[in-house]
Design a protein around this ligand. Structure first.
Ligand code: DX5
Ligand code: ZN
Length: 223
């Protein structure tokens, strides 16, 4: 079954440890951690020091999404901070192969992300060397934005490409995932679903994650 990765961007930052424990208890599969530098995206979040301290608070795998320029400068620190996955943006990486290999050399799984307007063809050459393709379905920078519906065909095209070129690569979808659209996103080919505001903005995390998992587990209805 597909995995749910709550994004702590929408959590109550004054109680981050408790919020993480709460989504872990509620059935989250991974923790999505958004790193923003105020350059690649118009927002700022946290650095490796805070990620390292959160590492002691949960057993959930850390899915670290770097929305930063010059990501190669920070791979070592985020690996040491306890990342299980590190994803860099193709738009921010001048030497993508080098960065992907740097991530893998640290024993961390390597992801590459595409902004909504960036074509899939840009990652085609590197697919056999990565573990994860992250498809942004909002323009990165903020939680709580609306899913760009035109991204569904891009997810489906990525799935077809991966099936042919690198079947082990997982597809993660990030941005605007809700109870309303999660099933169609999964049907298009997503393996990992990031959910920020739809989880942390809900009254009951266990109910929301449980409802997401039921929708994902429901059989496909054909008429
Ligand atoms: C946006 C971040 C997302 C964000 C998603 O730039 O990469 O991970 O937290 O938030 P929602 O799920 O609210 O769209
Ligand atoms: Zn993200």
């Amino acid at each position: 079954m597909q995995k749910i990765a709550p994004s702590i961007l929408s959590a109550d930052g004054s109680r981050l440890g408790e919020e993480i424990a709460a989504v872990e208890a509620a059935g989250a599969d991974l923790l999505h951690i958004d790193i923003m530098d105020g350059h690649f995206v118009p927002n700022l979040t946290i650095g490796p020091g805070l990620v390292a301290s959160l590492r002691h608070r949960t057993r959930l795998p850390f899915d670290v999404h770097l929305m930063i320029e010059n990501p190669e400068r920070y791979i070592d620190e985020f690996a040491k901070a306890g990342s299980d996955w590190i994803t860099v943006h193709v738009e921010a990486a001048v030497h993508l192969h080098r960065i992907v290999h740097l991530i893998r050399e640290k024993g961390v799984r390597a992801g590459v992300s595409l902004n909504p307007a960036t074509p899939l063809s840009l990652v085609e050459p590197i697919l056999p060397e990565i573990d994860l393709l992250l498809i942004m379905t909002v323009n990165p920078g903020f939680g709580g934005q609306k899913f760009i519906a035109g991204m569904l065909p891009k997810i489906a095209a990525a799935k077809r490409l991966i099936r042919e070129a690198a079947p082990e690569v997982l597809i993660e979808v990030d941005g605007g995932v809700t109870l309303k659209n999660i099933r169609s996103i999964a049907d298009a080919g997503a393996d990992m679903l990031v959910a920020g505001s739809s989880v942390f903005g809900s009254g009951d995390y266990a109910e929301t994650i449980g409802a997401m998992k039921s929708l994902l587990a429901a059989p496909t209805v054909t008429v």
